[in-house]
Design a protein around this ligand. Structure first.
Ligand SMILES: CC(C)(COP(=O)(O)OP(=O)(O)OC[C@H]1O[C@@H](n2cnc3c(N)ncnc32)[C@H](O)[C@@H]1OP(=O)(O)O)[C@@H](O)C(=O)NCCC(=O)NCCS
Length: 143
């Protein structure tokens, strides 16, 4: 039976590696020229610990995945997630999102946002399954 719990300081390395791994699968989420992947990950980690939260999914003490939540606006939280390749397609991300939405609501959020790559079918289907709807198409050009 999976458990979802708030991340603690002891989870920082796992969180960092997971954020890095998520960006590695979809590197185009980071604008070229706006700093390295390492810097982008550090910025996310700072935001999570200062104003957001992270959830860890575990089974018998083994980490299966993580979601990280940061304020996008005063009443809106942005979320991203990573599930270990061996643990995918078993509902782990669904559990993480459902638990995180409850936590975000209890912290005052009235809506939530996911920014994901348009070819990331798994992420988009997951988001739609738990109630997210597309609202904007974001296009980018490197200068
Ligand atoms: C996206 C990701 C988190 C999904 O995790 P998961 O635990 O496998 O997801 P779940 O098992 O909860 O699946 C929930 C729904 O997502 C969709 N889904 C999951 N994997 C899918 C895939 N490979 N292709 C299409 N849809 C998929 C399905 O609709 C599924 O619902 P169903 O099982 O009822 O059909 C995982 O693939 C991952 O870590 N990817 C790399 C990191 C990433 O892309 N993060 C997003 C950055 S915002």
């Amino acid at each position: 039976m999976n458990q979802i719990r708030l991340a603690s300081n002891n989870d920082e390395t796992y969180l960092k590696n997971s954020i890095q791994a998520a960006y590695h699968e979809y590197p185009r989420l980071i604008a070229k020229g706006n700093g390295s992947l390492e810097l982008a990950v550090e910025r996310v980690l700072e935001m999570v610990s200062a104003e957001g939260f992270a959830h860890i999914a575990e089974e018998n003490g083994q980490k299966l995945g993580v979601s990280w939540w940061t304020p996008e606006n005063p009443d809106e939280m942005s979320v991203a997630y990573f599930v270990e390749p061996d643990a995918r397609n078993k509902g782990v991300a669904t559990q993480l999102l459902e638990a995180g939405l409850g936590e975000a609501k209890s912290r005052g959020a009235r809506s939530s946002l996911i920014k994901t790559h348009p070819e990331n079918e798994a992420s988009i289907s997951l988001a739609r399954k738990v109630g997210f709807e597309p609202v904007v198409a974001l296009l980018r050009q490197t200068l």
